[in-house]
Design a binder for this molecule. Structure first.
Ligand code: MLT
Length: 392
């Protein structure tokens, strides 16, 4: 008899953004003439930067001639892209990350979800609340949690991020083995200072723990004092893996390209306490399960680092920052009522889609998240409709 992975039965409903998409589709079916403004999922609406498109076209043309055609590329990514990332995203900010510590992939969602596979199921995990649901759901799937009870999974140490602590959770009161952090934060939009991040790095070093640092939104940082990478913090290379994405930086949500940094001296331990480099383990997993991002997409991503690419990306981000949070494309709003009720009300009365905070955790029950991934005009229109719907 074929048996299922019963841990999947512990999962709550469907994946957050699938639930939202199907509720919106139902509403649209019933109200075909209603113009819906989507400020829910952080999905790009602007065209790819011209520099990326030019590089993309050129690479497709190369694929059209036998002499320049490329078949399988390196699973970890082409050297041209890994070197551009190492130089521009890390070395330029004084962060010591070399090209061969970078793994190109098709998304930070997949990487943040998959990374736990190379870690033991018998570990203590600390996860912020609210949080991007992929971190929790993938740990539920692999059996690291207990059942869902009273709004939370058992065996997870939830790190509450609330207005009281400026959305920077306190260090866990007990030792933990794995910590998820995301800054600039999804969903709250909060940023972290170097000093606060250094406390997490110190905690991880003391506890021989690992930090999975999601920096998918670093391009939205406006203040140079805020760290873009955890590797700007001394000692972080030993205890942190970092995830980045071109999705939010340059509109690659549909094109798919991202990367994960696994420093060669970042360690994890076996049952007997012997240290192993995570770089080798992740390389083994990546090369076994992934065949690399397509050549034209990697060329398009490389173009982000050209002078014109940088200027075009800045222009797109500046526009989003104008309509979004200060250092993030998201605004976290206290709705003062159940977030799914607010979601329905907003959709019904204003035709505006938000993300209910409850989907990010118990601390988000009364909050909603609005994203800046829409045109200035639509966002403006949405705010007018919102005011009307709330009678303001
Ligand atoms: C979000 O809206 O939280 C993100 O766009 C979802 C994702 O990156 O998968």
């Amino acid at each position: 008899m074929i048996k299922i992975n019963e841990h999947y039965l512990k999962l709550q409903a469907s994946y957050l953004f699938s639930t939202i998409a199907s509720r919106v589709a139902d509403y649209q079916k019933k109200n075909p003439d209603r113009e819906i403004i989507r400020l829910g999922i952080g999905d790009c609406t602007r065209a790819l930067p011209i520099a990326c498109i030019a590089a993309f076209h050129k690479a497709v043309d190369e694929m059209a001639a036998d002499a320049s055609f490329r078949g399988y590329g390196p699973e970890q990514g082409y050297a041209f892209l890994r070197e551009a990332i190492s130089k521009n995203d890390f070395q330029a900010r004084g962060a010591d990350v070399s090209a061969d510590e970078i793994f190109i992939s098709d998304g930070a969602k997949c990487d943040t979800g998959n990374f736990q596979e190379i870690l033991s199921t018998d570990i203590r995990i600390a996860i912020p609340d609210p949080v991007y649901p992929v971190y929790i759901d993938t740990n539920v799937m692999s059996g690291r949690t207990g059942i869902f009870q009273d709004g939370r999974y058992q065996n997870i140490i939830y790190l509450e991020s609330t207005r009281k602590n400026n959305y920077i959770p306190d260090l866990p009161a007990e030792p933990v083995d794995l910590i998820y952090l995301c800054y600039p934060n999804n969903p709250t939009g909060a940023t972290i200072t170097k000093e606060a991040l250094a406390r997490w790095v110190d905690f991880a070093r003391k506890n021989k723990a690992l930090i999975l640092f999601d920096a998918a939104y670093e391009a939205f940082i406006r203040n140079d004092a805020i760290p873009h990478s955890i590797y700007e913090i001394e000692g972080a290379r030993e205890v942190a893996v970092e995830f980045r994405s071109f999705s939010k930086t340059a509109g690659f949500t549909g094109t798919r390209c991202a990367f994960t940094v696994v420093p060669k001296n970042c360690l994890a331990y076996d049952e007997s306490g012997h240290a192993h480099a995570l770089h080798g383990l992740w390389n083994r997993r990546h090369t076994t399960k992934f065949n690399g991002v397509s050549y034209p997409v990697q060329r398009a991503a490389e173009a982000i680092y050209s002078e014109e690419g940088k200027a075009q990306v800045k222009e797109i981000i500046d526009l989003m920052s104008h309509v979004g949070g200060e250092h993030s494309p998201y605004i976290w709003i206290n709705a003062n009522r159940d977030s799914w009720t607010f979601f329905d009300m907003l959709l019904e009365s204003a035709g505006v889609v938000c993300t209910p905070g409850a989907g990010f955790g118990a601390c988000g029950q009364q909050y909603i998240r609005l994203s800046a991934f829409n045109s200035y005009e639509n966002t403006d229109k949405a705010m007018i409709r919102l005011r009307e719907a709330l009678g303001k």
